[in-house]
Write a protein that binds this ligand. Sequence first.
Ligand code: H79
Length: 425
Amino acid sequence: AQEAATLWGKEAEAGKSEKTKWFTDAKFGLFLHWGPYAYFGGDIRGKRYYGITEWIQHRDKTPAAEYARLAGGFNPVEFNAEEWVEIAKASGVKYIVLTSKHHDGFAMFDSKVSDFDIVDATPYKKDPVKALAAACKKAGIKLGFYYSQFQDWHEPNGGGNSWDFDPKKKDYSAYYRTKSLPQITELLTNYGDLGIIWFDTPGNMSKEESAEFLQKVHQLQPGCLVSSRVGNGLGDFKDFGDGEVPPGVVKGAWEAIFTHNDSWGYSAFDQNFKTPKEMIRLLAEVASKGGNLMMNIGPMGSGKFPDMSEKYFRATGAWLKRNGEAIYGTTYGAIPPQPWGVTTTRPGKLYLHIFEAPKNGRLLVPGFTATAVKANLLALPSANGLRFEQRGNDMVIQLPAHLPDDRNTVVVLDYKGTLGEPAAL
Ligand code: H79
């Protein structure tokens, strides 16, 4: 198939192709893992499981019928799509990816393909995906759907009760013809324009099966991007491993995905949230390597975000309000990581993300091959700017005695000429 040859790296062409431009410019996304596992919150049948709570059925070996019965208690009456999107906006994310169906096989949308969905199998009876799509459209934020296309613990042919499951009895092709592909069609037909279909864990899908998913998405919505976890080297952008940042600059369209605490799905006993300082620095580090950070929130069974997630995301958004120019629409840093922090670039501007100010206040930027025009604090510019001095390819900037933000103070350096291309992985 012709279209199946659209490998992410080639198509993205330094991350600036027309189709992926919104994505490579976005830099910060919000991943949402939400399903019946949020209602369990890491606690099922009287047993507690720390971390990866969306895997609770598998870890607890809960039989599918029993899981379905318990899932019938899921009733997120406090869910408010507009509230979620308001928090997302205030956090500075440019796209949201919601789990439309995770490995437990439960559809968070009104599906005609399977009754194991929020409308038919819970007292909630409404379609939260519909509400979220409407709120995102209104707010001008891109929406994507996570969809587990290979594992489905509710269906024997999707893996079923995999702890005692005989893979030889699994007929994946029957599963994807009768559930995965039809549900993908529903998602791409009933919820307006989508930014992303985020496939996950392709297992041992064949190249033809991966290609069929990719083609189905592109056929129904040509502008919708597909994650590389559709399998077999296909997809419109690349995802690294869960919680993984590549060791250096990577060209093309890509994303690093992180949990906010130690779980994707909501956990009632995990308060190990990344602080705004950690989030802001991680975002800068990923941008300095040329990628997006998609960070997760696990909304609660009630439909609300955990307080700490909301608070820390909003704080990150407040930083972005003042420093977003150094993140959105930038490319990887022309200068490699330094003892003081990392850099991002756009034509004529080099952004210096300072995590640790040098003791003597003299910020060294080695390998600076362009001609500096002016230097200033991005969030708190002064009329005269900062003093700088260029000796050959060493640029030294005199910083103020106290930097205004000990999490990440950005200095913007305007320049003429060209900076070298960093080595890419
Ligand atoms: O949706 C999130 C994860 O649930 C999903 N990808 C992200 C985005 C994912 N699917 N598979 N994995 C992650 C790998 C998971 C492996 C493990 Fe386990 C699950 C390790 C511990 C629990 C299963 C049970 C394998 C070992 C024990």
